[in-house]
Design a protein around this ligand. Sequence first.
Ligand code: NDP
Length: 477
Amino acid sequence: MTIYQNLIGGEWVGANATKNINPSDTNEVVGLYADGSAEDTRNAIAAAKAAFPAWSRSGIWERHVILKKAGDEIMARKDELGALLAREEGKTLPEAIGETIRASQIFEFFAGEALRLAGETIPSVRPNIGVEITRDPLGVIGIITPWNFPIAIPAWKIAPALCYGNTIVFKPAELVPACSWAIVDILNRAGLPKGVLNLVMGKGSVVGQAMLDSPDVAGITFTGSTGTGKRVAAASIEHNRKFQLEMGGKNPMVVLDDADLNVAVEAAANSGFFSTGQRCTASSRLIVTEGIHDKFVAALTAKLETLVVDNALKSGTHIGPVVDERQLKTDTDYIEIGKKEGAKLAFGGELITRDTPGFYLQPTLFTEATNQMRISREEIFGPVVSVIRVKDYEEALATANDTPFGLSSGIATTSLKHATHFKRNAEAGMVMVNLPTAGVDFHVPFGGRKGSSYGPREQGKYAAEFYTTVKTSYTLA
Ligand code: NDP
């Protein structure tokens, strides 16, 4: 089998490899992908550092053309790349193709942004002096990504880093190297100069750690778990380096008595269970007022009955497998914890067997949960959702905000008063009214508060806050 190698200084290198396994069919090896070392990482950082002076001064048209070309190729190959994504991560084929289209759109967006780099010219408070405010790129950016969005998250970090003139060392999650390899190959062929984009696949504890330890990495953008995020933060402070963290969530969705039942059930089923619940923006706490509680639980349970859990590539599958054995164990451990804590298992909770061997778990719904239970406080990151019954809107809002996280927060209501109050008072980076907590646009800011995020927002124009540093220049006329 071919080894998909790392790209370091414009050369494909690496003889050691690990297997990329399909979670829908564990007999299938998606491919062999390079297992980089700390030395590979240091070489990649050196290559990125050497490439920075020229790339940071490259013309905006050159950046535009490369980003646009990459976006166009991703779109043209959306079905093939979507199938690759579904095979390595396990989300359903339509979800995976949707994510691939998203990656293409992100490249298109930043291809446009490259042509819109602007500064400000303002008068000085002193006579005969002009002041210019411009944005410079940071230097070498370390990109560390998680497994749950194998093409979209790399895209929303790589595209702005290149757009604003940075060079990159990119380390994807070990579980999902295939889509990362594909987009690096696409960008490399689109004409990026050697060393501008370096790919080092391998273990977080080796490759990721070597990035954290390097004084030559000027900025790290990280998406992943809270635990690893804390390590990135500590190491970055040590090196006086800029960093940005997107971490977990325990996103609430409030359902009020006056909600449209269909809207509420569709939003809860989508954001709780689609993508196998493996989204940082998934709703894992459904906070439901007394008057609608029983009707809502009955309708949601009926909806769950209709959802098909099966091989991600099979037509008709609504929910693919859990990503791997370790995450499956986490999910089933939390199901046991929920039962012991006294929540009522209203649906699912069992492993399922399908035609192909994979990590299949029923969508799982707990009712009679409290907000103090571990299943309501800790991120599970699987298709496991709890319903918390509350008296009224005030208790619902307080419960929604009573969490260490603050990524996305939703409400289902037909009351303008409550929707408006919720948007103002939800302690989250993103608020959704009558929509799933997951599912966001690519041209507006993405990110959270409290334990969910640290540093500037990602995506849209706000991405410039992380990938550039501001310079103020004074000139005597
Ligand atoms: P991890 O934190 O385990 O891994 C994230 C990345 O960090 C991986 O590439 C991993 O490599 C790497 N890594 C691991 N150890 C180190 C280290 N010592 N130094 C540097 N890098 C390291 O998270 P998961 O991949 O398990 O992703 C799931 C988590 O991500 C969930 O908690 C989820 O909520 C969060 N997430 C947050 C999002 C957001 O935007 N807020 C979006 C998506 C996910 P390796 O794969 O080799 O272990």
